[in-house]
Design a binder for this molecule. Sequence first.
Ligand code: NAD
Length: 307
Amino acid sequence: MKALITGCAGFIGSNLTDYLLINDFEVVGIDCFTDYYPRRLKESNLTDALGNQNFTFIEKDLLKINRYPEEVDYVFHLAAQAGVRASWGDNFHIYTKNNIEATQRLLNFYKDIEIQKFVYSSSSSVYGDVNLPMNEESILKPVSPYGVSKLAGEHLSYLYWKNYNVPTVSLRYFSVYGPRQRPDMAINKFSRAIFEGNEINVYGDGKQTRDFTYVDDVVKANISAAESEFTGEIFNIGGGNRINVSELINNLEYITGKKVVVNYIEKQRGDVKNTLADVEKVKNLLKWSPKVEIKDGLTNYIDWLKK
Ligand code: NAD
């Protein structure tokens, strides 16, 4: 089988790339190394893939490609401008371009090509501050410009399915962590601060909770979605590991055996208070459920970081 992975040099995209290559897929990856975080980190994410003869890398901006790869069975669309806090103000155009326009261009191209599945990487940010657990039927009221852009991509995926039969599925990931996690994300920032002997700044009172999801579980959810018979559907992908930020730091202190000073600073606009995924739908239809417990996932992550 052959897969296209957009955003293949990023955190989740590179983990998916490696997994598919190990499992004998042919993979075409597209990434333009946006400057949201250092290029060298993304290049190192691709080290194994670039040594694999089943991998073809296209270093290009999705918005500057006229014809995307045609001979593919699956499209995994992960390329995006991530980050809730950076999405305000003048930066929003980066989000509209990479998250909305790029998604529309891809969908519009694949409406004329026969593929088996188009898996769109959506986000729990589409929910906003709704009642827990967040359910695919919940009313969507994103509270960040990033969330709005991801929701637009999800709607585009749905309407290209509805009108043109593009076989789309959207997966709403909840706070993904694990090896190669983006440097702007909490677990990465906190772990590095602990190792470097720096203090940690926590936005808000530390009581905000997140349903943390290990990256291997997210990779497997993508494959379950691709191989399933379902199209036009949306699924929550949550790890079932809901803890608050202070508990997260305690876990990291325990695993590293180091203590850290924590400063509580002003809450950031766009951050939701709590997240928790209802995963009944994905369990029933895709037969996927999260496997990695937070303590094991954090231990793997810290081991990886040490190396
Ligand atoms: P990432 O920033 O590590 O990876 C995204 C990659 O896409 C980057 O390497 C970037 O260079 C590339 N890219 C962006 N715009 C591009 C364009 N126009 N053309 C070509 N390449 C482009 O982010 P990630 O954390 O791996 O996230 C992957 C996907 O998962 C994104 O769609 C994100 O919105 C979604 N998501 C992530 C999380 C999470 O917790 N990490 C949670 C919910 C949803």
